[in-house]
Write a protein that binds this ligand. Structure first.
Ligand SMILES: Nc1nc2c(c(=O)[nH]1)N[C@H]1C(S)=C(S)[C@@H](COP(=O)(O)OP(=O)(O)OC[C@H]3O[C@@H](n4cnc5c(=O)[nH]c(N)nc54)[C@H](O)[C@@H]3O)O[C@H]1N2
Ligand SMILES: Nc1nc2c(c(=O)[nH]1)N[C@H]1C(S)=C(S)[C@@H](COP(=O)(O)OP(=O)(O)OC[C@H]3O[C@@H](n4cnc5c(=O)[nH]c(N)nc54)[C@H](O)[C@@H]3O)O[C@H]1N2
Ligand code: SF4
Ligand SMILES: [Mo]
Length: 696
């Protein structure tokens, strides 16, 4: 470790990993796993190849001012004082003419684990100084579940650590592709361990994923959106065959009678049998019945859902269902079970005081539909007409649904500022672009949800004239109340020390922490529901009944039934195929799409079943046109039996406008799932037409 400096990967990737920047004999730097990590913790190739992005030839090195049309990508390099002045002038003009609420905060998750260099929080802190700007409410990742789960569990920590599943012998990874999307840096090792002990892991996914292949799991192919019907049918089998855990239900569950009245068909008239679900999910009734019996026989049994399930129409109901199944089988909150949610949900970590963001001043608008918000303005009932956007650590034009509406929205604005490492599709729409530092170019404390803090040292000076977002905001603040308004009299190094000294590490541990890079919060066997399970009277949940509400009268106030339910989808015969847009293996959302090894090893392709391709005269490797009611997109086909018939898949994250790297969000509609107003990027209906053959 003598020739290494600890760093920690600060990405919105589903994990957080302690690495080491090791100096090689030739003086070059290589990233490796921090050897002080517990053995189960493994980083991924994306993180280990972070130097590719740090050193990329298209890194922005100087501030830019737009000289071409919005989106054209034509800019002039300017000095820092010129760029800062232009940003300050532009923002002041907007505030003078339209007021601070006309500015939209597009700060997000590009760097989201840092206690200091946090793109969302720094942006909120800066913009908060200017007045009540408008913030975006909601989460692209988890909106529907975030909305629904409090009705089930109340708000509060109900998550679990991956390690609690080590002794589990029956796991359903329901739409969870943990090999690629991680869900923590231990979940792969834990699942491997379960397999090595002869445990069963079932992956339910429209695709045979890397997870299924690498772990050698059973794969149950399903149609997107077939999950709730299949889950209801499992509940039906449990109910009719007397396989529920009645003692657990009596003690811990509220609403079971209402739920089973719906499942059995006593309410609304349709028994949710495996045969009924089979038509909707494409999963044979026998498979559902068999899975239900095996699930009921195993204890503990864990359902680990992917976030994918809820980025869909009626996504709210998917997580209410995973929670309901785990509750009625008595697997919620017991060691080795799960509450049907993802890891860590709300669990506390080591004490840490982060750089403060901004208190909730200003109005909010729903993130999932930001183009509609901008285009609608006052006419659509918003308090103002929006005039400006401030983008830091987001590529929302590319990542939000319906790119063409996004383009129209950004074109309608008067002023846009971006801090970026690259000229992304979104940054191309900005008036002023500040070059931002890479995480290897600054020091930070990284907060991991699995009860660790990591130290991330500065390995390089920022490339070219790039600066930390923190410094950019501090300098820009001198055009208002002064730098100190923003940085409160501390530079970034002083802030990092302050953060460490005020954290669980403490002043005395600071030097050691900077040397090892890892502070271990101690308990990695956390099960958030344990206190409730051990004594539900003394430790009730924060729900009206104090119990797990699998049916919720309060939820019914949203206009949807109290119990988790199936909702039918309207489909047009013009779009007979279903499209899913999962997260790609080597990108982090759209981050990495401009990096050569990512493009080579993980190209954006349209997965299509050979039978669907044959029907349309489509050949493997040819470029096709995919059309939805929202837009159309050309993409190369990857013909594979690893996707169910009637479904196509195109990974999200390609950069709109970049050759060979289309963004699937040309096809995704803005219409959200309700009542949460979440995106439904896994519920898209398309048709695919044979197009240009490769090489033509
Ligand atoms: N490699 C990588 N890892 C990441 C990210 C990344 O971009 N790349 N992004 C991170 C972020 S921000 C997030 S929010 C998480 C996202 O994590 P998830 O939302 O869970 O990831 P997805 O890849 O969208 O979906 C996971 C799996 O669900 C399947 N799926 C899609 N629709 C359905 C459906 O209707 N039913 C079922 N049963 N399965 C379905 C997909 O085929 C895919 O294999 O991942 C994080 N980790
Ligand atoms: N079709 C479809 N669309 C989706 C999804 C899907 O499943 N399907 N998933 C959604 C999900 S879950 C998410 S979370 C969103 C993510 O969408 P975004 O939040 O837009 O995430 P990224 O695309 O990774 O863009 C982050 C940007 O931050 C920049 N960045 C990184 N570090 C820094 C830094 O320190 N400073 C600054 N200034 N910039 C930095 C990167 O260069 C990158 O361009 O996408 C959503 N979009
Ligand atoms: S799993 Fe995530 S945090 Fe870990 S190295 Fe990979 S990208 Fe970085
Ligand atoms: Mo996400």
């Amino acid at each position: 470790m003598s020739n290494g400096k600890p760093v920690a990967c600060n990405r919105d990737c589903g994990a957080t990993c302690a690495l080491m920047a090791e100096t090689q004999p030739d003086g070059s730097i290589r990233l490796i796993r921090n050897s002080l990590n517990p053995s189960r913790k493994t980083p991924c190739p994306r993180g280990l190849r972070a130097l590719d992005s740090r050193n990329a030839s298209d890194r922005l090195r100087r501030p830019l001012i737009r000289t071409g049309r919005r989106g054209e990508g034509v800019f002039r390099e300017v000095s820092w004082p010129t760029a800062l002045q232009a940003a300050a002038d532009g923002l002041k003009r907007i505030i003078d003419e339209h007021g601070a609420p006309a500015i939209l905060d597009f700060g997000g998750s590009g760097a989201c684990k840092g206690a200091l260099h946090n793109t969302g929080r720094l942006t909120a802190a800066f913009l908060g100084q200017l007045g009540p700007v408008t913030r975006m409410e909601g989460s692209y990742s988890f909106q529907a579940a975030n909305f629904a789960l409090p009705y089930v569990y109340g708000t509060g920590p109900v998550g679990y650590d991956a390690g609690t599943l080590l002794d589990t012998r029956f796991v359903i990874l329901w739409g969870a592709n943990i090999t690629d999307t991680r869900f923590g840096n231990e979940s792969q090792s834990v699942m491997r361990h379960i397999r090595s002990q002869g445990g069963e892991i079932i992956v339910i996914d429209p695709r045979r994923t890397d997870t299924s292949r690498q772990l050698g799991t059973e794969w149950i192919p399903i149609r997107p959106g077939g999950d709730v019907p299949m889950m209801l049918a499992i509940a039906h089998v449990l109910w009719t065959e007397g396989l529920t855990d009645t003692r657990f239900i009596t003690t811990y569950v509220h609403g079971a009678d209402e739920f089973f009245a719906y499942v059995s068909g006593d309410v609304e008239g349709i028994p949710k049998t495996p045969e009924w679900a089979s038509n909707l999910s494409g999963v044979p009734a026998g498979t559902i019945r068999d899975l239900a019996r095996r699930y009921a026989a195993a204890k503990p049994a864990a359902i680990v859902p992917g976030f994918s399930l809820q980025r869909a129409l009626a996504g709210e109901e998917t997580f209410r269902m995973t929670a309901a199944l785990q509750a009625v089988t008595g697997n919620a909150g017991i060691h080795g079970g799960t509450p049907g949610t993802n890891m860590w949900f709300g669990l506390p970590g080591p004490k840490i005081r982060v750089f403060p963001g901004r208190d909730g001043d200003g109005r909010t608008v729903p993130k999932a539909i930001w183009p509609q918000v901008i285009l609608g303005g006052k006419a659509q009932g918003y308090s103002v007409d929006f005039k400006a956007a401030y983008m830091v650590g987001t590529n929302y034009l590319n990542q939000g649904s319906d790119i063409l509406s996004g383009i129209a929205a950004l074109e309608s604005l008067n002023f846009i500022v971006s801090h970026e490492l690259f000229l992304t599709p979104s940054a191309r729409y900005a008036d002023v672009v500040f070059p931002a530092s890479h995480y290897l170019e600054r020091e930070d404390v990284i907060v991991a949800e699995d009860n660790y803090l990591y130290y991330s040292g500065k390995v390089f000076e920022p490339i070219g004239e790039a600066r930390d977002d923190f410094d950019i905001f501090a300098e820009l603040s001198s055009h208002w109340g002064g730098e100190e308004e923003f940085n409160r009299g501390r530079n970034s190094e002083e802030w990092v020390d302050w953060i460490i000294d005020n954290s669980a590490v403490g002043r005395d541990g600071r030097e050691e922490f900077k040397r090892t890079g890892i502070y271990d919060g101690g308990n990695h066997d956390r099960n958030g529901l344990a206190p409730f399970i051990s004594d539900p009277e003394v430790n009730p949940l924060n729900t009206p009944s104090g119990k797990i509400e699998i049916s919720s009268e309060r939820y019914a106030e949203t206009g949807y039934p109290a119990w988790p339910h199936h909702r039918t989808m309207n489909r047009s015969p013009d779009y007979p195929l279903q499209l899913i847009t999962p997260h790609s293996r080597f990108r982090i959302n759209s981050t990495g799409s401009n990096i050569a090894w990512v493009e080579e090893n993980d190209p954006i392709l349209l997965w299509m079943n050979p039978s669907d391709a044959r029907k349309r005269g489509i050949t493997d490797g040819s470029t096709v046109l995919v059309r939805s009611s929202t837009g159309e997109m050309a993409v190369k086909v990857y013909e594979t039996p690893d996707i169910v018939t009637g479904v196509v898949s195109c990974a999200q994250g390609g950069w709109h406008g970049r050759e060979g790297s289309p963004s699937a969000n040309l096809l995704t509609p803005l219409e959200p799932t309700l009542p949460s107003i979440g995106t439904r990027t896994h519920t898209v209906f398309v048709e695919v037409e044979a197009g240009v053959t490769a090489g033509e």
